[in-house]
Ligand binder design. Sequence first.
Ligand code: ADP
Length: 220
Amino acid sequence: MESIIFIAPPAAGKGTLSKMFQDKYKIPHISTGDLLREASRGNDEDSKKLHEKLKSGFLVDDEIIMKLLEERISQDDCKGAYIMDGFPRTINQAKAYEKLLNNLGKNIGQVFYIGVDIDVARDRIIGRLSCPKCNAVYNELIEGEQPKVKGACNTCQVNLIKRSDDNVETFEIRFKTYMENTEPLINYYDNLGILHYIPEDMDKKTAFKLIEDIVTGGAV
Ligand code: ADP
């Protein structure tokens, strides 16, 4: 199985698809957003600065991202395939990632681009809740995505939280930041011949199968 990189605007469903692969294949789901949120929970100055940055919706400095990422993918569970959710987000990061993979003797895998309409994404952000322990994502306003018990994680039973950047104002900044910085990556990976497109109206089960066929070489 090959590694997966998801490129998508905020709330396109990359977290949900990642979780489906993590559950079925027991491969690590690496979300740079989750890594950063964890790093921002400390009481020191750096953590507080990071928390403010995340709240703003702008991108975090490459230096911080690359350090967290190198630490994470050097761990034993990343010897095989893994899912990369939210990284790379700029051409610079894509180039730094290639260097890192070369140094570690790893392959990049396949890149999947998921489209989403801005209005649909905005609606999803408004009701989104996540588990601070396992990072599962729910939506209190969308039927079928609500937790079984209001406000609690189905798996961990802990109280769900609203991300500090899940509000309409920050969402607009995140979407714009995505269009400016991350969209150019689509061409970049297309030129490398590893880009695949998941249409925005494709249901999650069909999308899962499509990705699965590609990363397993149709072996399932
Ligand atoms: P979303 O895709 O919904 O915006 P994420 O959890 O992926 O949510 O990211 C949340 C925030 O974390 C981003 O708005 C940004 O500030 C920061 N972040 C995540 N990944 C990166 C990255 N690769 N480079 C820079 N900043 C990042």
